[in-house]
Design a protein around this ligand. Structure first.
Ligand SMILES: Cc1cc2nc3c(=O)[nH]c(=O)nc-3n(C[C@H](O)[C@H](O)[C@H](O)COP(=O)(O)O)c2cc1C
Length: 152
């Protein structure tokens, strides 16, 4: 089966966020996992300070439609594309939207591959994004992260 993978970084528009951040995150994840289930889209979302980095994967049309939805979300601005390419398989086959908050720097202090997402004033490269997402994909495969992060 041919898949498509899109990954982007985007700035959070705090002025468009009305609820306390944990509530906003919970509500958004609930909503997007419901939409992604219908669309057959899986992926991962990392919160990093004032940015989010997200990878989306699935059928090409569904992934592109999802990117379009994200681009029209008023809570995000300055969307920078990092990866846009066909993929042979999914990195997050069981995650309707895996989520981690890296803001406190704890995970990044333990895992070098996560650091470029934190202290990167410039653009995140394709290799850096793959390094970070592969880290979580491997931990999930090896069962080191629990299912409550998958919310499936
Ligand atoms: C950080 C972030 C991640 C998002 N991820 C997805 C996603 O994975 N799938 C999706 O369909 N929409 C995604 N969106 C878009 C919004 O969920 C969508 O625009 C919003 O739910 C609009 O639908 P509603 O007004 O009907 O709730 C994302 C939005 C934000 C802010």
């Amino acid at each position: 089966m041919d898949f498509y993978r899109a990954c982007y970084r985007s700035k959070i528009r705090w002025d468009k966020i009305s609820m306390p951040l944990p509530d906003e995150i919970d509500r958004t994840l609930l909503r997007i996992r419901r939409i992604n289930r219908k669309a057959g889209v899986t992926g991962a979302l990392l919160l990093v300070d004032h940015h989010i980095v997200q990878v989306l994967e699935g059928q090409p049309g569904q992934v592109l439609d999802t990117v379009y939805c994200v681009m029209n979300d008023p809570r995000l601005e300055n969307i920078e594309g990092i990866i846009h390419e066909p993929a042979e398989s999914r990195m997050f086959p069981n995650s309707l939207m895996f989520f981690r908050d890296l803001t406190d720097g704890v995970a990044a202090s333990r895992h070098e591959v996560l650091r470029p997402l934190l202290d990167h004033p410039g653009e995140v490269t394709r290799e850096e994004a793959y390094g970070a997402f592969n880290h979580f994909a491997t931990e999930l495969q090896e069962g080191r992260l629990t299912n409550d992060m998958l919310m499936i």
